[in-house]
Design a protein around this ligand. Sequence first.
Ligand SMILES: [Zn+2]
Ligand SMILES: [Zn+2]
Ligand SMILES: [Zn+2]
Length: 292
Amino acid sequence: MDLLDGRVSTVVLGIAQDAGMPHAGCCCSICQAAFSNLNLSLLSASIAIVDARQNPPRTWLIDATPDIKYQLNLLRDTLGPHPARPDRVQQPDGLFITHGHMGHLAGLVHLGPEGMAVQRMKVYASDGLIGALKETRIWSPLLDNLALIPLEPNVSLEMAPGLFITPVPVPHRDEIGAGTFAYQINGEANSLLYVPDIDSWALWPEARGILGMVDVALVDATFYSRDEISGRESVSHPLVPETLAFFREIPTRLVLTHLNHTNPLLDSGSKERRIIESQGVEVAARGQRYML
Ligand SMILES: [Zn+2]
Ligand SMILES: [Zn+2]
Ligand SMILES: [Zn+2]
């Protein structure tokens, strides 16, 4: 991934729902094809923010997915060599976590002493999530490698000159009471909102205002229809047609991510894919880049 052109951008590192694709224990045709040919697999949803105006460039990740080792490797040229260990990459400048579910947090294990062994790496998350990490003894060897920094909801942080990130609370299934953040990233030219998980647009009163303000919205498209979950009533995600309807009057570029292995949008020849594309909506792809 060549991001070293002196610009500030966001890049997609993965687009699958938490458990990735192939999905553990799944015999569906798309997962079986990916089990047979790992080139077809999809990494769990994550993005990076890269500021290549600076030398060396600065790099931040949003979410620590179970696939983080592959995602860090995608960024190896951007991260550059580790100052003391030339056969390793430099650690990212920071990691912003959206919430405490598997696909967004479990990759922290790769940063601990058995893995990348980062040193005082900055990890930003809600106060509640940091508290939960500290309370769970199994994480304690890892936490010595991290600098945990609580984020104030709706308060912007200046990551670099003219580059801001703002944690925006959104409604999402919350078993541990730690909340879920979307992240709004504002560069000097453009802005992007990253919302990999949300229960429903209707439950988020500020949605229209915030989504209408950004240039790109990269949002939760876990399921296209209830058929994917045997008609279950509550799915803790808006279905894609609900998202299309919600965004119809919002002039923002809409990009879909966090797709479950069952989602027909993963098939680029599907009728569902034609429907969204006819409305000018895209499915995110690994390596896709948005200038900030
Ligand atoms: Zn998720
Ligand atoms: Zn499957
Ligand atoms: Zn979640």
